[in-house]
Design a protein around this ligand. Structure first.
Ligand code: SIN
Length: 192
């Protein structure tokens, strides 16, 4: 048995499970958005929930990330049990084609599993949805949870995407907005 898992958030830089192969690539028809309160338990608290990424349907878009190949029933069971806990705030598992070559219409791998936090607020009570970048940035600055600061999640994602050589405007704009706010906070604290 072989299982492939696509990561587009923290799974890019921290798989957390045993895998046999790692492939950088993209999936079509989705874009990465900081619309999920994945983080009353990871990157925030119930008082200051953080935001994590999910995928939004976007027919003309694509989302870069990393796919992991897990070989063998035992490793697959271990990886799945781990992921079901870690990604428990993601209410859907979707199976997609992974592409590695933008000039070819043929997927490198089909049937790759990806965790999605859907906008269905009945199934996904942690969904927050769109907001102005400034507001998302203010929320991210305040949030910190057992897995660390929400802003570090954002900066690590930005860095991981840079390492993959892919540009994501939403992540870049949000990271810049958070850096601006941090500068303002530092400037204020230097005055007092
Ligand atoms: C993912 O990385 O694929 C899901 C979102 C996250 O855990 O950050």
């Amino acid at each position: 048995m072989v299982m492939w898992v696509f990561g587009y958030g923290s799974l890019i830089w921290n798989a957390g499970f045993q895998y046999d192969q790692k492939l950088a690539g993209f999936i079509k028809g989705y874009r990465r958005v900081f619309y999920q309160v994945g983080s009353t338990d990871h990157r925030g608290t119930p008082a200051f929930p953080g935001r994590t990424v999910t995928l939004e349907l976007a027919p003309d878009d694509l989302c870069w990330g990393v796919a992991y190949k897990v070989n063998g029933q035992e490793d697959e069971n271990i990886a799945l049990s781990y992921l079901e806990v870690r990604e428990k705030q993601y209410d859907q598992k979707v199976y997609v084609d992974l592409f590695t070559d933008s000039s070819s219409p043929t997927p490198a791998v089909s049937g790759v599993m990806v965790y999605v936090a859907s906008p269905d607020t009945k199934a996904n009570t942690n969904y927050l949805g769109p907001a102005p970048i400034e507001d998302i940035a203010k929320q991210i600055i305040k949030a910190e949870g057992p897995s660390g600061r929400n802003r570090d999640y954002l900066f690590q994602l930005e860095e991981a995407l840079n390492r993959l050589g892919c540009f994501d405007m939403h992540v870049r704009d949000l990271a810049n907005a958070v850096r601006e706010l941090l500068k303002d906070i530092k400037a204020e604290s230097d005055i007092y």
